[in-house]
Design a protein around this ligand. Structure first.
Ligand SMILES: [Zn+2]
Length: 297
């Protein structure tokens, strides 16, 4: 198959002129390693319209979008592809109201689809960050400077972030996630999910990191008002201002999806040319997220 490369909108529009162009792209990814019937696992099939397949044994028909996050996208796969392209290649995240105007869908429709895209942007947890790693927690919607000790009782949204740095101190990769509180029990999830056991980790002197240092190489130093964690604090600042300016209200549950999107783009800033294909592949392989699931959370 021809992987779409680059960030050029005109080339993109040329490659995906119709819904069927997009469905072909999805089918190519989906059955790249051969067809297998989702009902009976038989491996022989005939082509159907719009790049679907019909099983030679049980006659089960599977469309190109079935079992992907494009399943039952009411406004058409082509618009959905454009939204994915914008979300993957823009440097700033775009709001649902912007997408609604650009693509002639309702804001609610745009918001729901964008949540599915963010779901696909979540880490598969297969590539933990390694090397020089800085970790810190933060709150959304509150001050981050000048705090001594952490409040457990505040009902502000709490989060933890970890960055992998180059020798020059630049951010290579990062992860962020919501946590219940700043206890070691909550903080440890970031380590378990996203940080290698071999990483050389630095945190400030918060006592919540002490129990975790039994399993990880953690060096605790004075934060010095963030000066000792400059790159990390720049990222925290960016996340906070991005969420503040783009999204007026983000539910506790969905906040992780917004972090996913932010980190997905940062972590692929060196491979921007294939970022769209990477996202679509994730959308094909992801479990379908139903609206119910998104709304009820
Ligand atoms: Zn079958």
């Amino acid at each position: 198959m021809n992987i779409f490369k680059g960030q050029n909108l005109l080339e993109f529009a040329e490659a995906f002129k119709t819904d069927d162009d997009c469905k072909k792209y999805l089918a190519d990814i989906k059955w790249k390693n051969g067809y297998s019937c989702t009902k009976c696992s038989h491996s022989a099939s005939q082509n159907r319209k719009s790049f679907g397949r019909i099983c030679n044994v049980c006659a089960h028909i599977e469309s190109a979008t079935a079992n992907t996050l494009f399943h039952k996208v009411k406004f058409g796969v082509r618009k959905a592809f454009f939204i994915c392209f914008e979300m993957a290649t823009s440097t700033k995240s775009l709001s649902a109201s912007y997408m609604a105007v650009r693509y002639g869908v309702t804001e609610k429709t745009a918001r729901l689809f964008m949540l599915k895209v963010r779901e696909a942007m979540s880490s598969n947890e297969n590539n933990p960050i390694d090397g020089i790693v800085h970790v810190d927690e933060f709150v959304l919607g509150g001050k981050e400077q000048g705090r001594i000790g952490r409040s457990y009782k505040s009902n502000k949204k709490k989060a933890i972030t970890a960055v992998e740095l180059t020798k020059e101190g630049r951010v290579k990769r990062m992860y962020a996630m919501r946590i219940e509180d700043f206890s070691a029990r909550s903080l440890q999830y970031m380590f378990i999910k996203h940080i290698s056991r071999d990483a050389q980790i630095t945190t400030d002197k918060w006592k919540g990191y002490r129990p975790i240092s039994k399993a990880y190489n953690i060096n605790q130093i004075e934060s010095n008002n963030g000066l000792n964690f400059k790159a990390l604090h720049t990222m925290i600042h960016q996340i906070k201002s991005w969420i503040r300016t783009t999204y007026s209200c983000v539910s506790d549950f969905n906040i992780n999806r917004y972090f996913n999107e932010f980190c997905f783009r940062i972590n692929r800033s060196q491979s921007k040319s294939t970022i769209f294909n990477n996202l679509i592949t994730r959308m094909v392989k992801a479990e379908p997220v139903y609206q119910k699931q998104i709304i009820s959370n």
